[in-house]
Design a protein around this ligand. Structure first.
Ligand code: RAM
Length: 353
C-alpha cells in the first residue's frame, strides 16, 4: 500500500516547484483527477443486478507493476462486491492478448480492464466484446479510442515525458549522448511518451543527443542485454532513460555491477521496491512513477460505473471511485489519475510497492 500522507518532501530535480507540489499531492492519493476528493465513495450497489464480473488483462504477467495495479483493482472489486479475475499473456507482444479477450467474451464478463500491448491489434476482439455489452476500460496503455469505452490515464503524457527529460538532463549536466530503453515497440504508452520526450529534448536541450531507442519488450533478460549493447555501441553514452519499470530495473541491475556504475546516469519510470537497492548503492539518483495500485483501483471503479450505466464515457460525467473520491470523465473518454511523482534517496524509504 502506498503511504497516503506521511511523505512531505521530494527533490525538485529540475522540475518546477509547482509541478512537484502537485505531484506530492497526487502521490498522497487523496485527489481525484477531475474534481478532488469528495469523501468516501464506495458503498452499496443499490441492489442492482449488474454484471460486476470484471477481468484485468495486463500487458504481461509477472511484472510487479501490474501485480500492484491489479491488486488495486482486486481491492476495489471486493469493496463493491464484484468478482475479480486476472488473465494475461507471458509475453508483451502485440496480439498476445487477443485470445484472452475472446475467452472473456465467451465467459460474458461484465467488464474488461486492459493495458494494451498494441493500439490496434486487440481492437476487433475488444469490439466484439463490446457488441455483447461488455464494458472495456483501458488503463496504463490505451488502444485506439474506437475500441474502448474509457481510458484511465495514469498521468498526463506531457508531464510523464518532461519529468524524465528533466531528470536525465540534470543528471548529465544537460549535454552529451543519451539513449532510451523502452518496453515493446508497439506499446501505446511508451511510444507516446518517447515522442514527447524527443520534442522536449529538441526544444529545450540542444546539447543532448538521443542516439538510439532500444526495446527490451518488458522482458527482464532482453532489457538487461539491450543495456549492455547500448553501453558497448556508444562508449560516450552519458545517460539512459527507461520509461518502463521492467527496463529501468534491468538496466540498473546491469549498471550496478559494471564499470559504468555512477558514470552513466539512469532514470525513467520504476517502482520503489524494484529500484530501492540501486538508489541506495548509488547506481540511480532519481526516477519517477505514479501509484499503480491507485491506477488499478480507479480503473475497477470506472468499469463498475460503466457497467451500472452511471457513466457512458461522455466528457463531464463523474463517478465515485471508493476512497479515491470523485473523478470526472475528460475529453476523448479519458479519466486522469494524477501527476507523476519523483523518487530519490530521501523519500524512497516511505514507499512500499
Ligand atoms: C511497465 C509497463 C507499463 C508502464 C510502466 C511504467 O511496467 O510497460 O505499461 O506503464 O512500465
Amino acid at each position: 500500500m502506498f503511504p497516503r500522507s506521511t511523505h512531505s518532501r521530494g527533490r525538485a530535480v529540475g522540475i518546477a516547484a509547482v509541478a512537484l507540489t502537485v505531484a506530492l499531492t497526487a502521490a498522497g492519493c487523496a485527489n481525484g483527477g477531475g474534481g478532488g476528493p469528495s469523501g468516501t465513495g464506495g458503498g452499496d450497489d443499490s441492489g442492482s443486478d449488474a454484471n460486476l464480473s470484471i477481468a484485468f488483462l495486463p500487458k504481461n504477467l509477472g511484472n510487479p507493476y501490474f501485480e500492484t495495479s491489479n491488486a488495486g483493482g482486486e481491492r476495489a472489486i471486493e469493496e463493491f462486491g464484484g468478482e475479480y479475475q486476472e488473465v494475461g499473456p507471458t509475453e508483451a507482444s502485440p496480439d498476445a492478448q487477443v485470445s484472452f479477450i475472446n475467452t472473456l467474451t465467451q465467459q460474458q464478463v461484465g467488464g474488461i480492464v486492459i493495458s494494451a500491448n498494441d493500439p490496434n491489434a486487440v481492437c476487433d476482439a475488444l469490439n466484439e466484446a463490446r457488441e455483447l455489452d461488455i464494458k472495456v476500460v483501458t488503463f496504463d496503455s490505451d488502444t485506439d479510442s474506437e475500441c474502448r469505452d474509457l481510458f484511465i490515464n495514469q498521468a498526463d503524457a506531457e508531464g510523464i515525458a518532461k519529468v524524465q527529460v528533466d531528470l536525465i538532463t540534470e543528471q548529465i549536466g544537460d549535454s552529451g549522448q543519451i539513449a532510451i530503453l523502452s518496453a515493446s515497440a508497439n506499446a501505446t504508452n511508451q511510444n507516446a511518451w518517447i515522442e514527447l520526450m524527443q520534442e522536449e529534448l529538441e526544444a529545450n536541450h540542444p546539447d543532448v543527443e538521443l542516439v538510439e531507442v532500444a526495446y527490451g519488450d518488458d522482458d527482464d533478460q532482453k532489457s538487461f542485454d539491450q543495456t549492455a549493447a547500448l553501453l558497448q555501441t556508444y562508449p560516450e553514452l552519458k545517460g539512459i532513460i527507461s520509461p518502463t519499470t521492467v527496463g529501468i530495473a534491468a538496466a540498473a541491475r546491469y549498471l550496478s555491477t559494471s564499470e559504468f556504475k555512477g558514470k552513466v546516469a539512469l532514470t525513467g519510470l520504476g517502482t520503489p521496491n524494484q529500484m530501492r537497492e540501486y538508489v541506495e548503492d548509488g547506481t540511480v539518483t532519481s526516477f519517477a512513477l505514479w501509484n499503480p495500485e491507485d491506477l488499478g483501483y480507479l480503473a475497477a471503479y470506472a468499469a463498475k460505473a460503466l457497467i451500472e450505466g452511471e457513466i457512458s464515457g461522455e466528457e463531464g460525467e463523474s463517478f465515485e471511485a471508493g476512497d479515491l473520491g470523485e473523478y470526472e470523465v475528460g475529453a476523448n473518454a479519458t479519466v486522469l489519475l494524477g501527476d507523476p511523482f519523483v523518487f530519490d534517496a530521501e523519500n524512497i524509504g516511505e514507499f512500499d510497492f
